[in-house]
Design a protein around this ligand. Structure first.
Ligand code: ADP
Ligand code: MG
Length: 246
């Protein structure tokens, strides 16, 4: 399909297109533990590719409440935006051909790029992604889910298993364990905590997406990160790396 280049329009325009555009031609993605579809979103004369994850296509898990993964995908985007971190593709929640779900900007991945290449060439960006996984309690950071696109920008995808109230960090990125978190990132985390403490702002957006206990756990993780100033260590009592890890 000839599609338009989403990087050529503003974030607001893209968000509008994802929210309003007509969704057609869903194609099931070959990988993924849930039903994930590549779709076309038509906004007037423009067409964009996007990834649609309907609630109905979510596979039940023993630990995450059923039918909530699409909200977590969006909550991850909201939190990253609140931190002014742009590595999660633009994401919305809306109705689609198979009911409500998340809809995310499709990224044209450089197939040579993944966590292993990023750690060689861009530790600074990787630190931000690692910190995002700690604060969002990401239970499924695979090596293939952070990468560069064909234009060289760094992205991170698949944030459905985040924000559980219990500690569940499962990631391939252990490069920073016990190391001090960079000062400029600490400032951004402190700002996020501040904005979560006010009833306006990001809390308003997160309240319909996460349970109250999950929001409290997010508070606690941010406080702990700010207090220690360091990346956490592995927990000897549970799995710390996802399976499969790629
Ligand atoms: N925003 C995106 N841009 C490009 N490809 C994506 C995007 N989101 C998902 N994919 C592709 O779809 C596959 C399945 O998505 P994933 O997020 O892993 O689904 P699941 O929720 O089932 O784990 C990924 O391995 C990746 O190839
Ligand atoms: Mg996945």
């Amino acid at each position: 399909m000839e599609s338009d280049d989403a990087s050529q329009i503003s974030k607001d325009q893209l968000r509008g297109a994802l929210l309003r555009g007509e969704i057609t031609s869903p194609e099931l993605m070959p990988e993924g533990s849930n039903h994930t579809f590549l779709v076309t979103v038509s906004d007037g004369p423009r067409k964009y590719e996007a990834i649609y994850k309907p609630r109905r296509g979510e596979s039940p898990l023993w630990d995450f409440p059923s039918g909530t993964l699409y909200k977590r995908e969006y909550a991850a985007y909201v939190v990253a935006q609140a931190l002014s971190w742009d590595f999660i593709p633009c994401t919305v929640i809306r109705e689609g051909p198979y009911g409500v779900g998340s809809l995310q900007q499709f990224i044209d991945v450089d197939p040579q790029s993944n966590y292993f290449t990023l750690r060689e060439e861009s530790l600074e960006e990787l630190e931000r992604i690692a910190l995002f996984d700690c604060l969002s309690n990401n239970a499924d950071r695979k090596a293939s889910h952070c990468f560069r696109d064909r234009g060289g920008l760094i992205w991170s995808i698949d944030h459905g298993l985040t924000f559980h109230e219990d500690p569940k960090l499962r990631t391939v990125i252990w490069d920073f364990t016990q190391q001090p978190i960079s000062g400029y990132l600490m400032e951004q985390v402190a700002d996020l905590l501040e904005s979560l403490r006010s009833p306006q702002g990001v809390l308003q957006e997160l309240a319909p997406l996460l349970a109250p206990e999950e929001l409290m756990a997010l508070h606690r993780r941010l406080e702990r990160l700010l207090k220690s100033g360091r990346f956490p260590s592995q927990d000897p009592n549970r799995r710390n790396v996802p399976w499969p890890w790629f």
